[in-house]
Design a protein around this ligand. Structure first.
Ligand SMILES: NC(=O)c1ccc[n+]([C@@H]2O[C@H](COP(=O)([O-])OP(=O)(O)OC[C@H]3O[C@@H](n4cnc5c(N)ncnc54)[C@H](OP(=O)(O)O)[C@@H]3O)[C@@H](O)[C@H]2O)c1
Length: 307
């Protein structure tokens, strides 16, 4: 039996993790921000202590359970982080560091989520986990600081970077495009930022596979970082056209524009495709192509994108 503690459990990825872990019959402790503020050291210690005690052994067999914390909590408001640095670092660096220290003290595995925005975006091939980082935004810098805080406190923890997350829960690009499709004749979307849209439900399935894997349990491992996205790549413009098509709207209503014409408070990496080679080398299944996931997600959750 695997026991999982999910932090940030009401977010896009956290909610899918909780649902998928329940569906697998795992023992699930799903804590939203109101249940556990990961920046509160005493609360983190209490939650991890209780989790480790509850998951110590299977009540039926007496066998020791595998206990895994998956940290899906984050300050993800990328533009807001530019002016709210204190909060961004509290949630994205200090909180993960506290979780990692508690995980290490209680001999519990930790999987910590991070982002493509740790990279500068100047590459011309998919980023490997070992490639040099160089965040261009406060959000990216705070997430990189979080990766380092996690590994400093718990060298066996696994950092999983993902990108361009969307799903049925919470606000995201697919919902924004669906709303614009209903309200505007045309929409201009940047065509000079490349990445990989990643469906939260697929990420959750991959993360649970990792949580259950022999690879995770390697006690001699240190400083591990993996990349997990759906397969393939596109631009935000390409993604928007695919969303219109999946909604049954004319994709030609989406027009290409540039980042220079659409300036935002936080700069975005121009290229942030993440290589899945390390994920596959760990014996874990790659996720399906992003456009297949898009079609499936919209079909599976017709109400979520209907406005
Ligand atoms: N969204 C993306 O496009 C994207 C891209 C790359 C990587 N990622 C990474 O993937 C992970 C999951 O992202 P997501 O899209 O699922 O994010 P999300 O939907 O914004 O969810 C994050 C959750 O964290 C919670 N949270 C915020 N501060 C907290 C605190 N102090 N203590 C506990 N919980 C707190 C939030 O709760 P409240 O709403 O109540 O504050 C929210 O439910 C994050 O590590 C993120 O950095 C996301």
């Amino acid at each position: 039996m695997t026991s999982v503690l999910i932090t940030g459990a009401h977010g896009q990825v956290g909610s899918e993790l909780a649902a998928a872990a329940h569906a697998r019959g795992w023992a699930v402790t799903a804590l939203g921000s109101a249940d556990l503020d990961i920046t509160d050291a005493a609360a983190v210690d209490a939650a991890v202590t209780a989790f480790s005690q509850d998951s110590a052994s299977d009540p039926d067999t007496g066998a020791r359970n595998r206990a895994v914390i998956i940290n899906a909590a984050a300050h993800t408001a990328v533009d807001l982080a530019e002016t709210d640095q204190e909060r961004a670092y509290a949630v994205n660096e200090r909180g993960p560091g506290l979780l990692a220290a508690a995980a290490s003290r209680h001999d519990v595995h930790l999987v910590h989520l991070s982002t493509d925005y740790v990279f500068p975006g100047s590459a011309d091939r998919p980023y490997e986990p070992t490639d040099a980082t160089g965040p261009r935004s406060v959000y990216g810098a705070s997430k990189l600081a979080g990766e380092r805080a996690v590994h400093a406190a718990d060298p066996t923890a696994v950092v999983v970077r993902t990108a361009w997350v969307w799903g049925a829960t919470g606000g995201n690009f697919v919902k924004t495009m669906a709303a614009l499709e209903r309200s505007r004749p045309t929409v201009d979307v940047v065509d000079d930022q490349r990445g990989t849209p990643s469906y939260a439900a697929d990420l959750a399935a991959g993360l649970l596979e990792l949580a259950d894997s022999a690879w995770l349990a390697d006690a001699a491992a240190s400083g591990r970082v993996l990349h997990l996205t759906n397969a393939g790549e596109t631009t935000w413009f390409g993604f928007a056209r695919a969303i219109f098509a999946a909604l049954g709207a004319d994709p030609e209503r989406v027009r290409p524009t540039t980042s220079a014409a659409f300036v935002r408070p936080a700069p975005r990496p121009a290229y942030s495709v993440l290589s899945g080679q390390a994920w596959a080398a760990a014996g874990l299944a790659p996720l399906r192509p992003w456009d297949e996931a898009l079609a499936a997600g919209i079909t599976d959750h017709p109400g979520a994108f209907a406005g």
